[in-house]
Design a protein around this ligand. Structure first.
Ligand code: C6P
Length: 418
């Protein structure tokens, strides 16, 4: 994402980091696991599993409520995790980090809290044709309820956003531009900072879907100047069930709550209530405390192995090697841009082979990939492709796993007589 020079980073010791992931020792159908489904969810290092274990074994208690030692310890650890996240994405303050269930809930929070109060007939919300359903369906719903219109930036056949359309699509009617910082199908990394600037120039707010980007490259919300950023812990070595929404404090302060109940209130009377300060205004009920602590441990872990610059650099090498190897397979067609313009994933189709059959053959060889729409049906419709097979890499994947992928794909071709 508006990437800096990455050639001075300290390389990741891949063999060493692999030992941090218990699941990578597994065999599947009698052969070592090759996990290439990282865009769906990443694996978890022992440090994250242990942090959650320690919480439940030694301090389990509710947060922000009890005046006893365990509750104070839990609250301190929960809030420390928030602080780690704020630092990780370079937010000004921990108050700008709201814990949610996942990136999907973060986007819904903005759609419902900000959208219902601020969108009116005649207003427009702009998204793109390369969005995940999580950044499409909430806007369809909110536009339906408010009378606003949903517009799409088209994609090019090469898997880029068609930036030539922006000047027509971004107008004073546009109230919000919501777009992904990395496509989960093409891998494309759009020019996020430029898109934010263009949106701000017409007075629109910006929401960046960072579900794929935050886990794979440095993301600095102050440098980007985005208004909101949504991301999930489970794609970045953290647990499932927790994600985060970054929002500029001035915006979060003005927004109505999303969910209501305990902890998000200041006072409650019989006929009305007042709201707690941010971020607590958006965290109704008992939160996912162990998961937040695991999320913080994941951030510590990513920093400890060399940080996001090093991770991005390694994944660039891996995707370049993978795409070079895949292009030698006859009848295989990759979609999306060249490696320099994408993150560490590649989706492809193969003549005469259904992606589900490909994934099933790969699974027999211990290789985990994803096949289907990848929750991006409009993008596949636009390309006139029913489904694709996707291999997605992380810093613990080995170059030798690319060879295994290629061999298994060739086996699939033979099996199906191609
Ligand atoms: N994509 C994939 O296999 P959640 O499910 O809320 O953690 O993340 C949603 C989401 C939003 N935006 C993008 C760009 C995404 O890739 C995802 C999740 C996974 O591609 C699971 S569907």
């Amino acid at each position: 994402m508006d990437r800096k020079q990455v050639n001075t980073v300290t390389p990741i010791d891949v063999e060493a980091v692999r030992r941090d992931f218990p699941v990578l020792e597994r065999k599947i159908h009698g052969v070592p696991l090759v996990y290439l489904d990282n865009a769906a969810t990443s694996q978890k290092p022992a440090a994250v599993i242990e942090a959650m274990n320690r919480f439940y074994r030694q301090e389990n208690s509710n947060v922000h409520r009890g005046i006893h030692a365990l509750s104070e310890e839990s609250t301190a650890d929960y809030e420390a995790a928030r602080k780690k996240l704020a630092k990780f994405i370079h937010a000004k303050s921990r108050r700008e980090i709201v814990f949610t269930r996942n990136a999907t809930e973060s986007i819904n929070l903005v759609a419902y809290s900000w959208g219902l109060d601020n969108l009116h007939p005649g207003d427009e919300v702009l998204i793109t044709e390369m969005e995940h359903h999580a950044n499409i369906v909430p806007w369809q719903q909110i536009c339906r309820r408010t009378g606003a219109t949903l517009r799409y930036v088209p994609i090019t056949p090469q898997g880029y956003l068609d930036l030539s359309t922006l000047d027509n699509l971004l107008t004073e009617k546009t109230k919000l531009f919501a777009f992904t910082a990395m496509s989960n199908v093409f891998g494309t990394i759009p020019p996020v900072k430029m898109l934010v600037e263009k949106a701000h120039a017409v007075g629109a707010l910006t929401l960046v879907d960072g579900a794929q980007a935050v886990s794979h490259m440095p993301v600095d919300v102050r440098a980007l100047d985005c208004d909101f950023l949504a991301f999930s812990a489970h794609k970045m070595c953290g647990p499932t069930g927790i994600g985060a929404l970054y929002g500029k404090a001035a915006l979060l302060n003005k927004m109505s709550p999303f969910l209501t109940g305990g902890d998000m209130i200041l006072s409650v009377w019989m006929d009305h209530a007042t709201w707690n300060e941010i971020p607590h205004k958006f965290e109704a009920g008992t939160p996912a405390i162990a998961e937040a602590i695991g999320f913080g441990a994941a951030v510590d872990y990513l920093n400890s192995i060399g940080g996001m610059e090093a991770i991005h650099h390694y994944e660039q090498e891996m995707i370049t090697a993978a795409m070079t190897a895949l292009q030698d397979i006859e009848g295989l067609r990759m979609i999306g841009p060249p490696p320099a313009d994408r993150g560490g994933l590649v989706s492809f189709v193969m003549d005469g082979l259904h992606p589900h059959d490909i994934a099933a053959v790969l699974d027999q060889d211990g290789i985990a990939v994803r096949a289907g729409y990848h929750c991006a049906q409009p993008l596949h419709d636009r390309l006139n492709i029913h489904a694709t097979t996707r291999a997605s890499f992380y810093f613990y994947n080995l170059p030798s796993e690319i060879d295994l992928l290629v061999q298994s794909l060739q086996r699939a071709q033979k099996l199906f007589g191609r």
